[in-house]
Design a protein around this ligand. Sequence first.
Ligand code: TXA
Ligand code: MG
Length: 349
Amino acid sequence: MIPVAPPTEENLSLAARALAQGGLVSFPTETVYGLGANALDPMALARIFEAKRRPFFDPLIVHIAHRSSLEILCASAPTRRGHTLPGGEGGTGYSDPRAEKLMDRFWPGPLTLVFPKSGAVPDLATSGLPTVAVRMPAHPVALELIRRAGFPVAAPSANPFGRLSPTTAGHVRDQFREGIELILDGGPCSVGVESTILSLAGETPVLLRAGGLAREEIEALIGPVADAASFQARPQSPGQLPGHYAPRTRLRLLRGSGSADLSGPASGAARIGYLGFRSVPADGGFAAAEILSASGDMREAAANLFACLHRLDRLELDLILAESLPEKGLGLAIMDRLGKAETGSARDP
Ligand code: TXA
Ligand code: MG
């Protein structure tokens, strides 16, 4: 059993040391729990792929606690105008006003930015891409761990590849048997869906993954962003793959007018679970049900999403029916995860 420990001084030091020695540590962020390794150590990075059974074509997000770490990670650091970087040439003189605005407003927080990468970032972290995804998480335990480690920490969500993301320490413990030194327990994640990923590597900012920061908030600050789908045919971000975030139980997303026609699928002795946005239909005859937010609060719904799915998934149901949410604000990220859960769960045996 992998040890789960509260984020005391002692355990944070232990965790930082484990990372420095090339080990893996799971830690809380405000979005989901991460599975961290030293981002500059290819051997440590390889352990992430091994533990998650993650394909090498899926690049990692690098977590930092200070903006100055961008100087190590990025080809030309998007720093404050006029600020001179140490080391003279190479890093100096470049400034991306979009990045500055976004970082000023949303970091630390659930926004990952993709920049041209420096030579210091191992290819394994970026799957050979010329870009690196960076984020500064808003969770105090994550920030303290990265500070103590003293290097950037690469961390995907702490779940086996393609499976439900973890929003509690228990979710992590239940999905892994070995390969992780320690799980730091920082309680349930407050945001509950992964960070929004925005590429600033080209002229036009591109939304690579809807997530915990609403697209509308980004556009209000820097203007329109392009959709990854309309921008290129091939997904750059495996979070864009259609079968990600899947429960073991088959899930069907109720599209259109929603819950009116529910009696149909509840045929025979099938045990059907229901994931409702604000409520559960009274006469559905469901074996189990979860509600994302009784008050219809999108933030609360996002924070509850994966925990509700984990609970339903443990019940050996024949089918989970999920209600659609309005695709506005965080609703976009929630519907994206549910749509992928539907595709991924349909494909599994
Ligand atoms: O909220 C989050 O972002 C969480 C927490 C732990 O920080 N992390 C997370 O990591 O969701 P992961 O590995 O589950 O998803 C990372 C996504 C992948 O879909 C990956 O393809 C994309 O980020 N990504 C990483 N580097 C990229 C790059 N250079 N270009 C495009 N996409 C990239
Ligand atoms: Mg993930």
